[in-house]
Ligand binder design. Structure first.
Ligand code: FAD
Length: 380
C-alpha cells in the first residue's frame, strides 16, 4: 500500500490533518506511538466509570467560527462555561479576580470605594494586575499587590519551578482583574465540551476509508532522514510527512534537548457525589499541586456516589520513560535551540512540522485545529 501522506501522531493536529487530506482524496497513513489515539485530549472512563481526561483537563473555547464549524461535524456540544475558583484558606475566590472577589476580600464598603477608583481610572472592562501595581493611587496599588501575591505569584512559582524573585514582573501584564461580576474563565464566543468526550471526536475524525491508523507505532523507528532524502521502512519515499512529535527527537537530539515542564497527575476516586464547588480549583497560596480538577463537573456526567479528582504537580521534564513534555519553556536559549532544529528541516521540503511538540509552542486546541486546517490547504 502506498500513501501520499504519512502523519506521525494522532493528537488533534494529526487527526484533523488526516481528515482534511483524506477528504481531498489522498491516502493517509496515521502512526501513533501510544496504544491509543488522541494525544493530549484523550479521555476515557476510569475504574469507577468516571470519564476522565488522562492528560489534563481540556475545555474547548474559541472565537474562530471556521474551527468551531469544522469540529461540529464530528461532535455535538454540551453547553459549558468554565469557572475557576482560587482556594485561599477556607475561602474560594473567583479567577480571574472580579468584583465578587473584591467584595469577598475587602467587604462591601471598601469594595465600593475601590470600584469607584477603578472606574474613574480605567475606562475598560478589565485591567491588568501590572497596571494596578504601578498605579499612582495607593488603594489600587494595594489591590494589584493583593491579586499578584494571592492569585498569581505562588501558582506561577509552582507551575514554572521558579523562585518568587525569578518570576518576571512583566508576565503580570497578562493577568486580568475584571471590573464586573463576570466569573467565566474564558469569554470566547464558542465554548463547550464535546458531548461524548474528546476520544470520540478523534475516532470520528480518523474514521475514513482513505485513512489507515496504526497505534503503538513509533514513527521514528520507521522513518529516517538522511541528506535531504526521507526513508520509510528502509525505502526512499516521496510521501509528504506531517510530523507532530517532538522536534528535537526527530533529529535525535543532535543539538541537545528542548526544555519542557511536565506534569505529574494524581487521580483519586472518592465515594461521594461531589468534592468541590466547580470543575477547577486553583491552589494559589498553599499546597505543592497547582490545581484540582473534578471531572464530573467538567463533563456533566451523571453518576451517583462517586467522583474522581485529579491533582496537578508540575515539574521539570527529564525525558524519562512515560514522562510527557507538556509546556515548552519560553526563553531566548530554547528559541535559539528550536531554530537550529527548524533549519535542519529546510533540507526536507516534504517534511512538515505541525502541532504543539513539533512547533515547540503552546497551542490551545482551537489554534492547533486552525493550524492543521491551514497547513492542509497549503501542502500540495
Ligand atoms: C495540561 C494541559 C491542559 C490543556 N488544556 C487545554 C484546554 O483546556 N483548552 C485548550 O484549548 N487547550 C488545552 N491544552 C492544549 C491542547 O492539549 C493542545 O492544543 C493539543 O492537544 C495539541 O495537539 P497536538 O496534536 O499538537 O499534540 P498532542 O495532543 O500532544 O499529540 C501529539 C501526538 O503525537 C504522538 N507522537 C509523538 N511522537 C510520535 C512518534 N515518533 N510516532 C508516533 N506518534 C508520535 C504523541 O503520542 C501524541 O499522541 C492543554 C494542554 C495541556 C498540556
Amino acid at each position: 500500500m502506498t500513501y501520499r501522506y504519512i502523519i506521525c501522531g494522532s493528537g488533534l493536529a494529526g487527526s484533523v490533518a488526516a481528515r482534511v487530506l483524506a477528504e481531498k482524496g489522498e491516502r493517509v497513513l496515521l502512526l501513533e506511538k501510544l496504544d491509543h489515539v488522541g494525544g493530549s485530549v484523550y479521555d476515557c472512563e476510569d475504574q469507577a466509570g468516571v470519564l476522565i481526561h488522562k492528560y489534563g483537563p481540556h475545555i474547548f473555547h474559541t472565537n474562530n467560527k471556521r474551527v468551531y464549524d469544522f469540529l461540529s461535524r464530528f461532535t455535538g456540544w454540551r453547553d459549558y462555561q468554565h469557572r475557576v475558583l482560587a482556594r485561599i484558606g477556607d475561602r474560594y475566590l473567583p479567577v480571574p479576580f472580579n468584583i465578587t472577589a473584591l467584595k469577598m476580600v475587602y467587604g462591601q464598603e471598601t469594595a465600593d470605594k475601590y470600584l469607584r477608583l477603578l472606574k474613574e481610572s480605567y475606562g475598560t472592562d478589565t485591567v491588568s494586575v501590572m497596571s494596578l501595581r504601578s498605579s499612582g493611587i495607593p488603594e489600587l496599588r494595594e489591590l494589584g499587590n493583593y491579586v499578584y501575591d494571592n492569585i498569581f505569584l505562588y501558582y506561577t512559582v509552582k507551575q514554572w519551578g521558579k523562585s518568587p524573585s525569578e518570576v518576571d514582573p512583566g508576565t503580570t501584564a497578562r493577568v486580568p482583574v475584571r471590573l464586573s461580576e463576570d466569573d467565566r474563565y474564558f469569554t470566547d464566543l464558542y465554548q463547550g465540551m464535546p458531548e461524548n468526550g474528546y476520544t470520540e471526536v478523534i475516532n470520528r475524525l480518523i474514521k475514513h476509508d482513505n485513512i489507515t491508523v496504526e497505534t503503538s507505532c513509533d514513527a521514528l523507528e520507521r522513518l529516517k532522514l538522511s541528506d535531504g532524502k526521507i526513508f520509510f521502512d528502509g525505502e526512499e519515499t516521496d510521501a509528504d510527512i506531517i510530523y507532530t512529535g517532538e522536534a528535537d527527537r526527530l533529529f535525535r537530539y543532535r543539538y541537545g534537548a528542548l526544555p519542557y515542564r511536565t506534569l505529574d497527575f494524581r487521580f483519586e476516586t472518592l465515594e461521594q457525589d461531589s468534592f468541590q464547588p466547580c470543575a477547577t480549583v486553583n491552589y494559589t497560596v498553599s499546597e505543592d499541586f497547582t490545581r484540582i480538577t473534578e471531572f464530573k463537573k467538567l463533563t456533566g456526567q451523571k453518576i451517583n456516589g462517586v467522583t474522581t479528582i485529579m491533582k496537578e504537580y508540575p515539574k521539570e521534564y527529564s525525558a524519562s520513560e512515560g514522562e510527557i513534555p507538556y509546556y515548552p519553556v519560553a526563553c531566548k536559549e530554547s528559541a535559539a535551540l528550536y531554530e537550529r532544529y527548524l533549519a535542519e528541516c529546510a533540507a526536507y521540503p516534504r517534511l512538515h512540522l505541525l502541532g504543539r511538540l513539533a512547533e515547540y509552542r503552546y497551542y490551545n486546541m482551537d489554534a492547533v485545529v486552525a493550524r492543521a486546517l491551514e497547513m492542509c490547504e497549503d501542502v500540495r
